[in-house]
Design a protein around this ligand. Structure first.
Ligand code: SF4
Ligand code: SF4
Length: 394
């Protein structure tokens, strides 16, 4: 039975976070259960972009620092890294406050800019990945995800956190290659199975609800979660925010591939009910697979939430255009002067939501089409995630 530890932590005061991290790890057998003295361990926070901690889009530096101190005390040689969707790893580390904490604790930033191709025979969706070089020099990885909503995957948790192990713009290429949210989620599960973090510590002290993973609203959940099982931890968080884990493809596929278990999770630490928040603002509709082909594209437009720009918030910076991975771009400025916001070409848009995720002003929102809302009300949209397709053997 997989174990998930829940520890209450009211805020980000360093001494309180350190106590909570020590307690959480003790509930799982102590840091010695995850590493031996002298081992090289990479800490993988969520550094989605160069955002300050107040924005609540990145793992808080106090959580990073507390985990680092506990693991260093247990004899680990630490490094850290992530590849943001936009900005350099160094810029994101600096803005988030993690860079400063890492410097004080003498933890170097690993190479998350260049990568190496690997082949993973057990992969179901993907057998080939380019992975950041910083991963390879390590004995193990400890993942530090942030509790946030996500337009594409419903919520971003333990499993999705490893997407940042793919360097730079290769992440965008992955969206083009796998436009269906379901295929994309299977790829994330393959990636996580290959990287196989030893431990996950989720920062849910101040979570993000609404338009996550970058444009949402901070929401105090006052919890840190600990587990060696990413599926069990993500499923526990889903239940905590009133989201059926069966609606989150990474959790479902994670269980189906044997990476972990959604059911029969042993919860230890503070009572689950004391964190329950069924009013948490998160999309509770099933993920609709994006399908290619002219007719199906038209259907996508009728049922899959589409991004749109709030003109009054847009500063015409062009980040959304730059990061749109499809060719030709699915949103462009109408003219070179950039006097008006970019305009969407929805027939080209694969609904990867990179624009939504990376807009620095949270000016992009997701709108569920009227037809889709009606189908949801009538219960005509499947509520469960489909099973993985089996490839035919030749
Ligand atoms: S990234 Fe956001 S602010 Fe910048 S042009 Fe696009 S919508 Fe406007
Ligand atoms: S417009 Fe936005 S959602 Fe559509 S393909 Fe481009 S980045 Fe993805």
């Amino acid at each position: 039975m997989s174990k998930v530890a829940l520890v209450r932590c009211e805020d980000y005061r360093e001494d309180k976070v350190l106590q909570a991290v020590e307690r959480g790890l003790d509930l799982l057998g102590g840091p010695g259960a995850f590493l031996r003295p002298g081992e090289k361990i990479l800490l993988k926070p969520n550094l989605v972009a160069a955002d300050p901690p107040e924005r609540c889009s990145t793992t808080h530096p106090a959580v990073f620092g507390a985990v680092a101190k506990v693991l260093q005390k247990a004899g680990a040689q630490l490094s850290y890294g992530d590849s943001p969707g936009f900005h350099s790893p160094g810029a994101a580390a600096k803005a988030s406050g993690i860079g400063e904490v890492a410097r004080a604790l003498q933890i170097p930033l690993a190479d998350f800019v260049t990568g190496r191709t690997i082949f993973y025979q057990e992969g179901i969706q993907n057998k080939r990945f380019v992975i950041a070089n910083g991963i390879f020099a390590q004995d193990g990885l400890v993942s530090l995800p942030k509790l946030k909503t996500h337009g594409f995957a419903r919520m971003t948790g333990c499993i999705k956190n490893q997407f940042g192990c793919i360097p730079g713009k290769l992440k965008g290429e992955m969206h083009v290659k796998l436009p269906s949210a379901l295929d994309f989620s299977r790829m994330l599960v393959d990636l996580n199975r290959y990287i196989a973090p030893r431990l996950y510590v989720m920062d849910g002290i101040l979570a993000m609800e609404g338009e996550g993973p970058r444009g949402g609203t901070p929401k105090p959940m006052r919890v840190l979660l600990f587990s060696a099982d990413p599926v069990a931890l993500d499923a526990t968080v889903c239940r905590m925010i009133g989201l059926d884990p069966a609606l989150v493809p990474t959790t479902v596929y994670g269980q189906e591939t044997g990476m972990g278990s959604m059911e029969g999770v042993e919860l230890v630490g503070d009572p689950f009910d004391s964190f329950l928040d069924e009013g948490f603002e998160v999309k509770r509709e099933p993920v609709k697979p994006y399908r290619k082909g002219a007719l199906l594209k038209a259907l996508n437009n009728l049922v899959i939430p589409k991004p749109y720009i709030l003109e009054e918030k847009c500063v015409k910076c062009g980040v959304c255009v730059l990061m749109c991975p499809v060719k030709p771009k699915a949103l462009q400025f109408p003219d070179r002067s950039r006097k008006t916001p970019p305009v969407y070409h929805y027939q080209r848009c694969i609904r990867c939501y990179c624009c939504h995720e990376l807009c620095p002003k949270s000016a992009i929102r997701l709108q569920t089409p009227v037809l889709r809302r009606a189908l949801d009300r009538l219960g005509l949209v499947q509520g469960k995630v489909s099973r993985p397709r089996r490839k035919k053997r030749r």
